[in-house]
Design a protein around this ligand. Structure first.
Ligand code: ADP
Length: 598
């Protein structure tokens, strides 16, 4: 059984890939192709009695090889073997084939859409379950390219693969029919077809190599493109845009060079396949007539079948190469999904309905990689509805500590308890639904203010009043009321320009709109002018006692009224107390405060 599995994996891995997603549907599609091929073949077989009539042989049933059952069948049904009835039977076969073709083609459309949907769903699930820790260490260009551009190429691979299956089915059906009509002819052409395929092996190999390179090139290009967009201001301000643009151009040039190579092999295949196929046919006819002395009728019938069969063989070769063109993407997608899935989040089962008592870290050590520790011996308890600021120089571990407290990154050394329950047993998303997070870069969606704050809640009376309460508390209500379109004003790429401070206040409003227990602010006040800073500080002060507030602060003025200030240094907690307590007990904190002239 194991060996069988290995064999299937080795030779049918692509089939397995599609089969896992489409299951029995693949076989329905194949069965439809077989029906189409068989009906087409039977229709064609009716040419034989016709040819014999032209020959004046009067339809000798013996001349049809094993296909004479068709003529027998007509006799059985009392249909006379004359021109008109043969033509009518032929027409019936082709009408039936047309109907079967309709179902076959439409079923393929359904199957393709189904496959694309499955693929997208699978990607979305894998991405949304991807762990944050793996994400921060991943290649964003690669992620983006695989999730967007590569999908199209995987679908291209799928389409080509199915055409290969269809063409193979057709080739087999016609070879089978030809075999029934004229066995020697069938064997000879099969050998010829097989040999012509061998001639293309080298082309297939090269195409596959180039396809893999293309995926790498595209990922690199996406990565560079993302950076130019992310750091656009910097590039423009420093005159580096053009220089970086040239780097991008080189990557684009390399990609196109690979595409040209692939195009060269495709063209070679296209141009040579017909002479090769005609060569095979001519060779077989020569052998048949000169060496085997076959009757003309049988040769013509077999020729018809073979002409069909070889047409499909050519299509098969073309589609196979087309498939190989995109096979790199298929392999990339497969390994990408394995990577995403092996780095997915794993959660416990205990759901947190609301945060009630205490967050506690016990003997926590943490590092992003194997060697260096970013957090060391952290012991910390945070009671509900207390407000806590984390301070310390850049790189001291504040963000990492907050990431752990918010469940973004799991710890492997030490314990994290939420309301005395070990976080390992907790369904972390249920806990995270109780958290409002205001990131360093405010998150603004390209939509109107209402949707930005309510996260697309419907405009019920209750939601609208909740919205105004939230914007009021975030000190942005007056600004919104003065806009001509008020809460329907568009923000983001296609909307109005708002200042950094306003963006931050909208982000705060979004968090306040939600029903949360914990409010986390990551340097949320760093981009504000001093007036707004004071307004926000007042707002945060107003929220004190109502929420558990965790702030990563650089502007020490904003945290004067926090219940507790925790000072970090090189990943250790070196100070803990109220602002004033810490100022007198920690020389370092005192220095920081003096530097900011507070
Ligand atoms: P702070 O918020 O105090 O500036 P951070 O928690 O962001 O500090 O970073 C603490 C340390 O962890 C720094 O030395 C930083 O280089 C390191 N670090 C942060 N993120 C990663 C990451 N994704 N991979 C590896 N090291 C990281």
């Amino acid at each position: 059984m194991n060996n069988f599995k290995k064999f299937i994996k080795k030779y049918f891995s692509h089939f397995v890939y599609f089969f896992q997603r489409l299951r029995y549907r693949i076989f329905i599609a194949m069965a439809l192709s077989i029906i189409v091929g068989a009906l087409d073949g039977l229709g064609l077989a009716m040419f034989l009695p016709l040819l014999q009539m032209v020959d004046g042989e009067g339809g000798d049933p013996e001349a049809m090889g094993s296909l004479r059952f068709l003529v027998d069948g007509m006799e059985f049904l009392n249909i006379p073997l004359v021109l008109s009835s043969v033509l009518v039977v032929m027409l019936i076969f082709f009408i039936l084939k047309g109907i079967a073709k309709f179902f076959e083609s439409f079923y393929n459309v359904i199957l393709t859409r189904f496959f694309i949907k499955e693929l997208r769903f699978e990607n979305i699930d894998a991405l949304t379950s991807y762990s944050f820790k793996a994400f921060v260490n991943s290649d964003v260009g690669h992620l983006q390219n695989t999730l967007s551009g590569e999908i199209g190429r995987v679908v291209g691979a799928y389409r080509a693969y199915f055409k290969v299956i269809q063409a193979s089915v057709m080739v087999l059906v016609y070879i089978f029919l030809a075999f029934m009509a004229n066995p020697q002819f069938a064997i000879l052409v099969s050998i010829g077809g097989g040999l012509s395929n061998l001639a293309y092996q080298q082309i297939y190999k090269k195409t596959k190599e180039n396809s893999n390179q293309l995926v790498k090139g595209n990922s690199g290009f996406q990565g560079q493109l993302i950076q130019i967009i992310a750091f656009f201001k910097y590039f423009k301000a420093t005159g580096l845009a053009k220089i970086y643009g040239n780097k991008l151009k080189i990557t684009a040039e390399n990609i196109e060079a690979i595409q040209v190579k692939m195009g060269w092999y495709n063209t070679l295949l296209q141009a040579t396949r017909e002479p090769l196929v005609v060569g095979v046919v001519i060779g077989v006819i020569l052998i048949q007539t000169t060496l085997m002395g076959q009757s003309l009728g049988l040769i013509i019938l077999a020729l018809l079948f073979f002409y069909r069969s070889l047409t499909f063989l050519m299509a098969l070769q073309m589609q196979w190469n087309q498939f190989l063109n995109n096979s790199g993407s298929l392999e990339n997608m497969t390994s990408f999904m394995i990577d995403l899935k092996s780095n997915s989040d794993h959660f416990g089962h205990v759901k947190i309905k609301c945060f009630q008592e205490e967050l506690r870290l016990q003997d926590v050590n943490f590092g992003y990689g194997e060697d260096s520790k970013v957090l060391k011996d952290i012991n910390l308890s945070i009671s509900k509805n207390r407000s806590i600021a984390f301070v310390g120089e850049s790189g001291s571990g504040k963000t990492t500590l907050i990431n752990i407290l918010s469940g973004l990154i799991p710890i492997d050394d030490g314990k994290f308890f939420i309301d005395k329950i070990d976080s390992m047993n907790i369904h972390i998303p249920s806990y995270q639904r109780r958290i409002g997070y205001i990131t360093q870069e405010p998150v603004i969606f390209s939509d109107d203010i209402y949707n930005n704050v309510t996260f697309w809640a419907d405009r019920s009376e209750e939601n609208v009043s909740k919205f105004w309460k939230a914007v009021e508390r975030a000190a942005i209500a007056n600004f919104i009321k003065e806009l001509p379109q008020k809460d329907r004003t568009l923000l983001g790429n296609n909307g109005i320009l708002v200042s950094g401070g306003q963006k931050q206040r909208i982000s705060i409003a979004r968090e306040l709109y939600k029903d949360i227990d914990i409010l986390i602010m990551d340097e949320a006040t760093s981009a504000l002018d001093s007036e707004t800073e004071q307004a926000i500080q007042e707002n945060v002060d107003a929220l004190k006692g109502k929420y558990t507030i965790l702030i990563v602060a650089h502007r020490l003025a904003t945290i004067k009224n926090m219940d507790r200030v925790i000072l970090l240094k090189n990943g250790r907690i070196v100070g803990d107390g109220s602002f004033n307590e810490l100022k007198s007990s920690s020389e370092e904190f005192d220095k920081m405060v003096n530097l900011q002239e507070i």
